[in-house]
Ligand binder design. Structure first.
Ligand SMILES: *Cc1c(COP(=O)(O)O)cnc(C)c1O
Length: 421
């Protein structure tokens, strides 16, 4: 692999997604000191179309249309859901709904799934999964007289299928798992896990938060039953933007989610006295959706769909490949180790580097215009979002990291323990 900057420039010149970069704010500056944003897996950049879309929702739909705009707004959750279904998730129309947060959507689907497996008393989750996922599982289990079985995953290479298989038996009702591990980027095979769980009679609720917009989920092809995920990471929906949930069509009528709100009610405006869930994915809605925030989600979802998930994933693999190659070439002598799967097919679009002073390195990089993030215990996490990150951006960020390690300027930063937040 040619690791010169010229090779990175050449990769940008033939990148089929190159044109998408200009559709995000903050991408004009091409100078040597420009900001290098490698945290798109935490909060995606702002699409240029978004301010106008939000302004339109505020000024026209709300300001002028007032309550009459509900005619459109009631369609919004399902309409954006369909964009995600067909353009990003490999699902069918009518299977995805946008609204609530990932945590709340996970709760809803987890409880619905557990109810659909009466007589089973174990919930399985991954010991290294994102905290909210583990907390939701830990909260739901005792409330239903169930226990939690946590499967161990390798901090760098992720969950092994045989480890999961050993945890599955006739007591397991539901498995909660992330497709892409938030720290390492390790990817698990949705189709394989779904097959294993089905053999054991269990349902899986997938968390696609670190995957949606970065790698294909192919939910229909994989036979997946249930999933949730964020829209503010690779889908660029903005801070706190509502999440999505997916329920396979064939399951929708069998499942009943636990938060009985009027937006999940059949013939909502008949104001019926008793709860009678709507048909289809609408029954997984709860209350009034965040209409203004959804205007931003729609722009982000359409951008990813337009780019195409296979192209996004291919570029993500190439960008992370470059991070790994440069880390091996330049940083190994400085005590930096790659802490993500090396096999491209086994990782999402972010990479972690382990270093004992990862916290200080993160601070030093931020002061030098590179935005990564720190993850416990000693990981520097780099997320080059494929929609707007160039190969030269990765090269320059790694070059700045090499400079910091070379002049040891990170050593003057306080350690993580003195962190104020
Ligand atoms: C980011 C993320 C979340 C966030 O959940 P919220 O309810 O939106 O705060 C949940 N799970 C995973 C795996 C994530 O990566």
């Amino acid at each position: 692999m040619d690791l010169s900057r010229a090779a990175a420039e050449a990769a940008d010149a033939t990148d089929p997604l190159a044109g998408f970069r200009a559709r995000f704010t903050g991408t004009d500056d091409d100078g040597p000191d420009r900001l290098l944003y490698l945290d798109g897996n935490s909060l995606g950049r702002l699409p240029r179309e978004t301010p106008a879309a939000v302004a339109r929702a505020v000024e026209q739909e709300w300001g002028q249309g007032l309550v009459g705009s509900w005619r459109d707004w009631v369609q919004q959750s399902g309409r954006i859901g369909d964009v995600l279904a067909e353009g990003v998730l490999g699902a069918r129309p009518g299977e995805v709904l946008v609204g609530d947060t990932t945590s709340v959507d996970l709760y809803k689907l987890l409880v619905a799934a557990a109810d659909a497996r009466p007589g089973r008393d174990v919930l399985v989750c991954c010991a290294d999964d994102f905290p909210t996922d583990r907390y939701i599982v830990a909260g739901v289990a005792p409330a239903r007289g169930m226990t939690v079985r946590e499967v161990e995953a390798h901090i760098d290479t992720g969950l092994e299928l045989d480890v999961l298989a050993r945890a599955l038996d006739e007591r397991v009702a539901v498995v909660v798992l992330s497709q892409v591990a938030y720290r390492s980027g390790a990817l698990v095979d949705i189709a394989e896990v779904t097959r294993l769980a089905r053999e054991a009679g269990a349902l899986v609720v997938w968390d696609l938060s670190h995957a949606a917009g970065a790698v294909p989920a192919d939910l229909t092809a994989a036979g997946a039953d249930l999933a949730v995920g964020c829209t503010y990471k690779y889908l660029n929906g903005g801070p706190g933007s509502p999440a999505f949930l997916y329920v396979r069509r064939e399951l929708q009528e069998q499942l009943r989610q636990p938060i009985w709100g009027w937006f999940g009610q059949r013939d909502q405006f008949a104001m019926g006295t008793a709860y009678d869930p709507a048909d289809g994915v609408d029954r997984f809605a709860v209350g009034t959706p965040p209409v203004l925030a959804m205007a931003a989600v729609e722009v982000g979802a359409r951008l990813s769909a337009e780019a195409g998930i296979e192209r996004l994933a291919a570029k993500g693999r190439a960008l992370t490949e470059l991070v790994i190659a440069l880390a091996d070439e330049w940083l190994g002598g400085h005590g930096v180790a790659v802490a993500s799967p090396r096999e491209p097919a086994r990782r999402g679009s972010h990479v972690s580097l382990a270093h004992p002073q990862a916290w200080q390195l993160t601070q030093a990089l931020i002061d030098r215009g590179v935005v990564p993030d720190f993850r416990t215990p000693d990981r520097l996490r780099l997320g080059p979002a494929p929609l707007y990150t160039r190969f030269v951006d990765v090269w320059d960020a790694m070059d700045r990291l090499r400079t910091v390690l070379g002049d040891r300027s990170h050593e003057s930063y306080p350690t993580e323990r003195s962190r104020v937040t």
